[in-house]
Design a protein around this ligand. Structure first.
Ligand code: F6P
Length: 326
């Protein structure tokens, strides 16, 4: 029989996402509630390898609830991809008397957690947090709701100026491998075209769709996910300029503005639910699982399965987006 969990280590890893602080706070609150020690690990897996452990102070947890970023800081740690790095991490956990680990992050971070569990049989739970929302098995990841609202707000503003000058804008949003941000924010902001990695629209088809519109009288906003296979916003704008030289074309790359900002109510509530659930799962003896939300219910599914499965794309929504495009 496994011994009961007494001490949980907690880290945030990979690209930060608004709501990570709310998840950290939720884990700390659950720790207090169930009388379990919770130790923060700074800068993700880098801090785990370097032994950067830190207590979680109440005032910092409260102060940061409404802030984006992560009070524990984050990193993309190459060393954790190696077995030596993971061994060092495990030794540090052992030395600190930590018998379970909660990892808050995206697919790379959750893969690291799954490997650590597999290799060292330490109890781990993953909490999905990435603005890209590209994790299989959960309807939402922490940070995604805030990010799409940031994008919609930015496009609404660009729309004002695009309308005044009757311009064609290419707006690039994040999403290296997935188009959740582009698709959902693009629909909400009334974009004329939505270009995402999951669908390879050839450039000629895209340009042809512009020529069918009356670009002289109507502004046109095209949202492009950074991972779009046939080019990002700058490249598409330059090709379009060559083919439609009479049109006024501009490019905006929203970049890291999408990762910051005060988390939305939905992200804070999701973070609260997932954080508490992750602790309760560990206490009930679960390990190697990810806390997820499915049809409004919180549940868990095997970490290895989630990181090895491609997220289900919203094909139905993509079809609607073509009807909604003007
Ligand atoms: O966190 C996910 C993400 O924001 C991706 O959408 C983006 O491609 C990447 O992170 C950027 O990462 P970095 O900040 O390390 O350049």
């Amino acid at each position: 029989m496994k011994h009961p969990i007494k001490h949980i280590g907690l880290l945030t890893s990979g690209g930060d996402a608004p709501g990570m602080n709310a998840a950290i706070r939720a884990v700390a609150c659950a720790g207090k509630h169930y009388d379990i020690a919770v130790t923060g690990i700074k800068a993700g897996y880098q801090g785990l390898i370097n032994g950067w452990f830190t207590p979680l102070e109440d005032h910092a947890l409260m102060h940061n609830l409404c802030r984006g970023g992560t009070l524990l800081k984050s990193s993309r740690c190459q060393a954790f991809h190696t077995s030596n790095g993971r061994r060092q991490a495990w030794e540090n956990l052992n030395q600190a008397g930590i018998d379970a680990l909660i990892v808050i992050g995206g697919d790379g971070s959750l893969t690291g957690a799954a490997l650590l569990e597999e290799e060292y049989a330490i109890a781990v739970m993953g909490i999905p947090a990435t603005i890209d929302n590209d994790i299989f098995g959960t309807d939402a990841c922490i940070g995604y709701d805030t990010a799409i609202n940031t994008v919609v707000d930015a496009i609404d503003k660009i729309h004002d100026t695009a309308h005044s000058h009757t311009r064609l804008f290419f707006i690039e949003v994040m999403g290296r491998d997935s188009g959740f941000i582009a698709l959902n924010a693009g629909i909400a902001a009334g974009c004329s075209a939505i270009l995402i990695p999951e669908h390879n629209q050839p450039i000629d088809d895209i340009i042809q769709s512009f020529t069918k519109r009356n670009l002289d009288d109507h502004p046109c906003i095209v949202i492009v996910a950074e991972g779009h296979k046939n080019g990002g916003a700058a490249e598409l704008a330059s090709i379009t300029t060559q083919q439609l030289p009479d049109h006024d074309i501009r490019v905006t790359i929203l970049g890291h503005i999408q990762r910051g900002g005060s988390p939305s109510c939905a992200d804070r509530v999701l973070a609260g639910r997932l954080g508490i659930y992750a602790v309760e799962q560990l206490l009930s003896g679960a390990s190697g699982m990810m806390a997820a939300v499915q049809h409004h219910q919180i549940r868990s599914l095997p970490l290895m399965e989630t990181v090895r499965t491609k997220p289900t794309f919203q094909n139905d929504l993509f079809r609607l987006s073509n009807i909604l495009a003007m």
